[in-house]
Design a protein around this ligand. Structure first.
Ligand code: SF4
Length: 125
C-alpha cells in the first residue's frame, strides 16, 4: 500500500524564541514522524500535535437582544479540532441571547458533541 509523504514547516509559538521546525513523514504513521528544528521537548510535542491534530480556540460573537451592544463576544472553553471550526461557526451563528448575560455563562453546551462549551467572554446587562 502507498502512503503519502508530506513535509510541513511550522513556527513554534510556545516561547519567544519561535523556533522554525519541519515535520516530515506519513500522516497515517504519526509514530514515525521526523521533527527537526526544535530546541526543546515542548516544541517537539507542539509540532506533533499541530501535524496530527491541529486545534484552535475559537472566538466569535453572537446576537444579543435588550443590551447596549448588538453582539456579545464568546469563545470556546478549550481548543477545538481545526477541521470542525466551520461547523462550529454555523452553530454559533444560530445563537440569539437576551441580556443580562454573565461572563463565563455557557452559551452552547457540548458544542458538536466535543465536550467543549461556548462561553460568554464578558458580561452584558
Ligand atoms: S521549541 Fe522550545 S525553545 Fe523553541 S520556540 Fe518552542 S518552546 Fe521555545
Amino acid at each position: 500500500m502507498m502512503t503519502e509523504q508530506n513535509e510541513k514547516d511550522l513556527i513554534c509559538i510556545l516561547c519567544p524564541l519561535g523556533c522554525k521546525m519541519t515535520v516530515s513523514g506519513c500522516a497515517d504513521k504519526p509514530e514515525a514522524l521526523v521533527i527537526r528544528g526544535q530546541q526543546c521537548k515542548k516544541g517537539r510535542e507542539y509540532a506533533f500535535e499541530e501535524y496530527t491534530n491541529p486545534t484552535r480556540t475559537l472566538t466569535s460573537t453572537v446576537v444579543i437582544h435588550n443590551a447596549p451592544l448588538a453582539r456579545l463576544p464568546v469563545k470556546t472553553s478549550r481548543a477545538l479540532p481545526k477541521h470542525i471550526i466551520f461547523q462550529a461557526m454555523e452553530e454559533i451563528n444560530r445563537v440569539e441571547l437576551t441580556a443580562p448575560v454573565k461572563m463565563g455563562s455557557v452559551v452552547i453546551k457540548n458544542l458538536l458533541e466535543t465536550d467543549i462549551d461556548v462561553i460568554a467572554s464578558r458580561s452584558m446587562g
